[in-house]
Design a protein around this ligand. Sequence first.
Ligand SMILES: [Zn+2]
Length: 398
Amino acid sequence: MAMVIDAAEMRRRNKLTVLNAIRNQPGISRAALSEATGMNKATVSSLVAELMDERFVIEVGPGSSTGGRRPIRLQFHAEAAYSIGIDVQIHSVRLVLCNLNHAVVLEHLLPMSPASMSSAELVGQLADSIRHLLAEAPESPHGVIGIGISLPGLVNYRTGYIHYIPNMGIRDLPLAEILQAEFRLPVLIDNDANCGAWAIYRDHTAVDSLVFVNVGIGIGAGVIVNGQLYRGTSGLAGEYGHMTIDPMGLRCSCGNRGCWEQYASESALLAHWNEVYARTNPGLHCTGYDVVPRLVELAQAGDEDALRAFAHLGYHLGVGLANIANTLNPEMIVIGGRLAAAERFLRAEMEHTLRARALPVARDVRLTMAEASVQAVGAAGIVAEETLLRTGDAPAVG
Ligand SMILES: [Zn+2]
């Protein structure tokens, strides 16, 4: 179907193409830009002038010359604006302020507990922390251009609506709309696995397909296929936590039996530990949030039971990862969430099981662990990119 594009829209798209070419090739000259984009030199010069007026592009001095006048090099101005990323977890909230290259400029880990809050309390606390971060943001031409929020549950990215967050009493909350009205800034929400996948992909743009497996109280995955987040028909793609690995197995909160997250999540570790190792020693009993840090501490001290519990978990993680490798054949699988901190104790068993169970062509997948801040960085990045894409020129603020 042919689409009618008016001249203004055409110019907006061309400008975005030029901006992206400068981002992808720092130091590029106007002549090289014209070659790279296929636009004539006059158009490129005029678009670059506009981007410089808006402070999204700066000149960084002459480059090397092969004779004749040395070309002026152009660079994307990553500090032209900032965006806020917030990762809401069951027992903590991480806030980051990122520049337009998705580098973290400010970061705070707040010890608040959304699991025990009402919707109104959560909204109030998030608004307070956003207000603080806005006040702390460095001066920049466009200021803060958006707020992205990563959430551990069922959310609608398009409408900004939270349907349900398991393990928190939050449901049916139009979070983006509320915060947007309060701060007069674009607000986007997405689930934590998608935010993590997006951030990892931004750091590995040469990778075409990857799966980010977020292992927390449950398991969710963000899937990048052909350089795009794959969301599925109803936005539910990546719910690998509810993949059946034992048809007659443990009961799951989803109503099914034998779901992967009953064997390979933080809750699985907690249940297994309390049942097998802490049963005869109440001093070892863990109550929930403390299970990962406590077992990491024990394992570091060489405690055989803790090492066995992690190996048991690593084995079950590997079983599910082999299924993911076989079904999607990604280049890379990245494990995130709080269990990533136990990499040392999980890795051997997890990797062995993955490589042993995946089909020969799928088993060479790269397996890595993510930094704790990826979900927040992804949330900040998604909203910044969306805002830049939507306007294609100066964001509506500043
Ligand atoms: Zn389930």
